[in-house]
Ligand binder design. Structure first.
Ligand code: CO
Length: 176
């Protein structure tokens, strides 16, 4: 089921999400709904708080390049990360990011190039993953949401000011 997305500057995006303690049906429903919601909005990642639930759960599904009109984001390709923790990070690189909670806005953000992360799957099984490409960027972006942070907070002062001005205008015009 597609849920409503929490849009900036909604205060819920500032909440620090809580650890998941029950890997139960409610968590599975949440993750399934997050997948439906992400696909409906053509996103590549989503954190639970973006559908208004403040728990440490996120999903990422990087579209397949060779889908040829088929399903570019098959559900079985979805990386579901519960209670993720970065255990290693190094390097840095800039990448253009966007966010379903800041629709239509894209800007370069600098993050660690390589990350190694421990997380649990929907059944409570522990996993480790590492990456130094787009997945590493996506993981860091989504994990920021668990700490109540949105990517625009990483912009320079000038870019942020320009963004806030434009965003206010968009809200006034009712386009976001
Ligand atoms: Co986001």
């Amino acid at each position: 089921m597609v849920r409503e997305i929490v849009v900036y500057p909604d205060k819920r995006l500032k909440l620090i999400s809580k650890e998941v303690t029950a890997f139960d049906g409610a968590l599975h429903d949440l993750l399934d709904d997050m997948y439906d919601t992400m696909c409906a909005r053509n996103g590549v990642g989503l954190a639970a708080i973006q559908v208004g639930v403040d728990v440490r759960a996120l999903i990422i599904n990087i579209p397949l390049e060779d889908a040829d009109g088929g399903d570019e984001q098959p559900k079985e390709n979805t990386l579901e990360m519960i209670n993720p923790v970065i255990i290693e990070q190094d390097g840095s690189k800039k990448f253009q990011e966007g966010c379903l909670s800041v629709p239509g806005y894209y800007e370069d953000v600098e993050r660690a190039k390589h990350v190694k992360v421990e997380y649990f799957d929907r059944h409570g099984k522990k996993h480790t993953i590492e990456d130094d490409d787009f997945l590493a960027v996506a993981i860091q972006h989504e994990m920021d949401h668990l700490e109540g942070k949105v990517f625009i907070e990483k912009l320079s002062y000038t870019k942020r000011k320009k963004f806030e001005k434009e965003w206010k205008r968009k809200i006034k015009e009712g386009v976001v």
